[in-house]
Design a protein around this ligand. Sequence first.
Ligand SMILES: *Cc1c(COP(=O)(O)O)cnc(C)c1O
Length: 171
Amino acid sequence: KGINQRELEDGLRNYLSVSHLSLFSSGTTALMVAIRALGISGDVITTPFTFPATPHALFWNNLSVVFADIDPVTMNLSPEAIEAAIGPDTAAILAVHVFGTPCDWQAIRDIAARHGLRIIYDAAHAFGMTDQNVPVGTLGDVSMFSFHATKTFHTAEGGALSTEDPELKAR
Ligand SMILES: *Cc1c(COP(=O)(O)O)cnc(C)c1O
């Protein structure tokens, strides 16, 4: 028996323990739309250790990509490197939970709060992950999941955005 889009959205929202979820045709299109919906301009700090779609979604939105280095153990963006890369035009941080290991989200949250930055998570690898009982899809302003055939849960092609912000969900 097949299920319709609404049933899949509801099921994923429950499974991932997020407040709002939207389905897309791929993780890449989801990320493009997430960044567009934030309405940001300027520079975005991201990681060079990722799939090309991560920086491509920034280029597509006419944002400048600023690469910061990764932590040698987790391979996720280093909070110290993020802070060192912040400049006058920095608008957001786009972090990836590499291989499903959650980023140092508390440090990233504190940096973003101090500098007034938005946070986008590329959670393409992190389906169903939690850290200290916090579901990764609730972190930051918005998170992207990929349902490509190579990922933990897949629909052959597909993706989703999750957010706790009802206004962002509507946009
Ligand atoms: C797979 C992946 C994407 C892109 O997802 P698609 O569904 O293939 O468009 C983006 N970022 C990372 C880190 C990925 O692994």
